[in-house]
Design a protein around this ligand. Structure first.
Ligand code: XMP
Length: 305
């Protein structure tokens, strides 16, 4: 990549040329790619860009508040509280791929409504170079905002970071002064916590997964994992006071990886594992046990669904 500052200047000018006097929308996911694309486009066309953040209720602890804070300077920012609609759409859905489909569809519905309301002619997307290679090569489909262009009739699609690799996007994020948390954040799946609870997505399971993921990310920061997470994987018997209780099983996973295609389970020391266990069971009294996942990818995947 050319020098970061030159990239920013050129990208802003190019977006301005492409969009002209028209209006545009972008779906903000909280990830670094869409954050950088939004910041560049906002610099180019100001409030003619409507950044739309859909709060699916499947996000990490504090993530929505952090996104609102990071992008508060964009007056046109739209935050959609869609938590209840997502939970309703997911009720009774247990199959992992069906969950992804339901979430993708609901997301499109939410975004489409906002795009129409904004009267946008252009769609800005945070597609990066590896996304293009993977989609072109058919390696995996992208669940994030798949299919959007077909649904809303846009005049054009603008992809300002389409030639960048992830580490280059992070560099641009830092140059733009985007919050360090956004720039350094570990990858998080589009369907969010829904793929970190096995079976039906319920508010109770989401709460356990959200708190546990927070503990894991916090405790493992010094290990610098490629990705670290916790998932609600089932129920087991535990003991509270004199009683046997049936509580949640939380699986903790921390992996090293270059691109997520393969991964190695990370070796953690016993004290760290015990601290994680005690914080997770201490935060939620309905958790009966915490287990550590030692499986590499393959044969396991990184997420649980
Ligand atoms: P797996 O679980 O397949 O994950 O080993 C590899 C990487 O992809 C992320 N992931 C997803 N990302 N939509 C996404 O945008 C999805 O449906 C999805 N499923 C998994 C996962 O977090 C890891 O970084």
């Amino acid at each position: 990549m050319v020098e970061t500052e030159t990239f920013v200047t050129d990208a802003v000018a190019e977006i301005g040329d492409e969009i002209g006097d028209a209006d545009a929308v972008i779906a903000l996911s909280g990830g670094v790619d869409s954050s950088v694309a939004a910041a560049l486009a906002y610099e180019a066309i100001g409030d003619r860009l409507t950044p739309v953040y859909v709060d699916t209720g499947l996000m990490r602890k504090g993530e929505t508040a952090q996104i609102e804070e990071t992008f508060a300077y964009m007056e046109s920012l739209v935050v959609v509280d869609a938590k209840e609609r997502f939970l309703e759409a997911l009720a009774g859905v247990t199959d992992p791929e069906e969950k992804r489909a339901v979430i993708g569809e609901q997301f499109i519905r939410e975004f489409e409504r906002e795009a129409r309301e904004a009267g946008a002619d252009y769609l800005v997307q945070g597609t990066i170079y590896p996304d293009r290679i993977e989609s072109e090569g058919g390696i995996k489909s992208h669940h994030n905002v798949g299919g959007l262009p077909d649904v809303v009739d846009f005049e054009g699609i603008v992809e300002p970071v389409r030639d960048l690799y992830k580490d280059e996007v992070r560099e641009v994020a830092r140059a733009l002064g985007l919050d360090e948390l956004v720039a350094e954040r570990m990858p998080f799946p589009g369907p969010g916590l829904a793929v970190r609870v096995i079976g039906e997505v319920t508010e109770e399971k989401l709460e356990v997964a959200r708190d546990a993921c927070h503990v894991v990310e916090d405790e493992l920061e010094e290990y610098d994992p490629w990705q670290a997470l916790a998932a609600v994987v089932g129920k087991a018997t535990g003991v509270k006071g004199d009683n046997r209780v049936h509580g949640w099983i939380v699986a903790v996973r921390s992996v090293e990886s270059r691109d997520g295609m393969t991964a190695r389970a990370q070796e953690l020391d016993w004290e760290t594992l015990q601290r994680i266990q005690s914080r997770i069971t201490g935060t939620n009294e309905n958790v009966a046990r915490v287990v550590y996942d030692v499986t590499h990818k393959p044969p396991a995947t990184i997420e649980y669904e």
